[in-house]
Design a protein around this ligand. Structure first.
Ligand code: 8YV
Length: 324
């Protein structure tokens, strides 16, 4: 659902066909459904804009007019980038505009897991608060602890700022390249993943989902964490081997998890995660504020219009295509 002013903006530049995403979702999983409707629409379109839909190469076979796809997300794991590049289709995305909101969500998960906010708030609402609480309901401190950030890009950097400047935390990180700005500003120290896992009280995954990061955190990595540590994932579910995580949470290998993303979304109603006291589960709300979702939609619409005019030179996930 694009905000009306963003739709108006697109209509100033193009004929716009809106797919009924609610109807599409209702039919998802059945024969046809959203992918078929989307595939048919793409075959007629010069450009496409949207979010949260897997776009397979088969869906764009025959989309001979299609020059640009603009996703309302920073993550581009719903697309086969190499395939789009081979076809000469620009894939635009929305970095930067969601950085701060997403870092807020990650930090919310740090605080809620450490201080047992959700669990204790539910306890109060359930009418259980009849005397003073005891040590079995205490949480652990966040300030002064060590945060390990796996992937120190924009969101990781915004998280490091919150942790170091707001909560006097020690910041460890892994990243393909050193992030010198974060090292200078927040005293962040780049380490190997093993060392980060062994030393961090909060391990926050801030890396994109790629073939290299799929199941980056499995049984061995969870065993390498402190028993008192918490895993926070607000990037992409498949970065964690969820079965291994469930086992590690159940047997006390780690103390808890704050999860905004899952291997399958929505999370299955029979997932053991739902019954775990030491798990805070959110419905993929990383960037979900009114302000940020509006900014993302606007950014994606501007990306699409610029791409179709041959003028997009930023926010492109496959920049190689621009040299064609
Ligand atoms: C959105 C996200 O939830 O930007 C991303 O990569 O995961 C989220 O901000 C999602 O893509 C829907 O717009």
């Amino acid at each position: 659902a694009l905000p009306s002013d963003v739709l108006d903006y697109l209509r100033e530049h193009a004929e716009v066909v809106v797919l009924d995403s609610a109807a599409g979702r209702a039919h998802e999983g059945l024969a046809g459904g959203l992918s078929e409707a989307l595939g048919a629409a793409l075959r007629e379109a010069d450009g496409a804009i949207g979010a949260s839909v897997k776009v397979t190469p088969a869906m764009i076979d025959g989309a001979t007019r299609l020059k640009a796809i603009s996703t309302i997300s920073v993550g581009v794991d719903n697309f086969d980038l190499d395939d789009l590049t081979r076809r000469g289709i620009v894939l635009a995305h929305t970095p930067d505009v969601l950085t701060e909101s997403t870092a807020d969500t990650v930090f919310a998960l740090v605080l809620t897991t450490a201080r047992r906010v959700v669990e204790l708030a539910q306890w109060v609402k359930a009418g259980q608060w009849r005397g003073s609480i005891g040590p079995d309901q205490y949480g652990v401190d966040v300030h002064g602890k060590t945060i390990g950030i796996v992937g120190l890009g924009c969101i990781g950097g915004a998280l490091a700022r919150r942790a170091a400047l707001g909560f006097s935390m020690r910041v460890l990180y892994t990243n393909r390249h050193p992030n010198e700005a974060a090292e200078r500003a927040y005293g962040a120290r780049r380490v190997e993943l093993d060392e980060l896992l062994a030393q961090s009280d909060f391990v926050c995954l801030q890396t994109p989902l790629t073939p290299q990061t799929r199941h980056l955190i499995g049984a061995a990595q969870l065993r390498a964490m402190k028993r008192s540590a918490v895993l926070i994932n607000a990037s992409r579910g498949p970065i964690v081997d969820e079965a291994a995580l469930i086992a590690a949470l159940a047997d006390g290998t780690i103390a808890g998890a704050g999860l905004d993303v899952f291997e399958r979304e929505p999370l299955a109603l029979d997932s053991p995660l739902l019954a775990m006291r030491n798990v805070v589960a959110l419905p993929h709300i990383g960037s979900a504020t009114h302000e940020t979702r509006h900014a993302m939609a606007r950014c994606a619409a501007e990306n699409l219009v610029a791409a179709l005019a041959g003028k997009l030179n930023r926010n492109v996930a496959n920049p190689e295509v621009l040299t064609r």
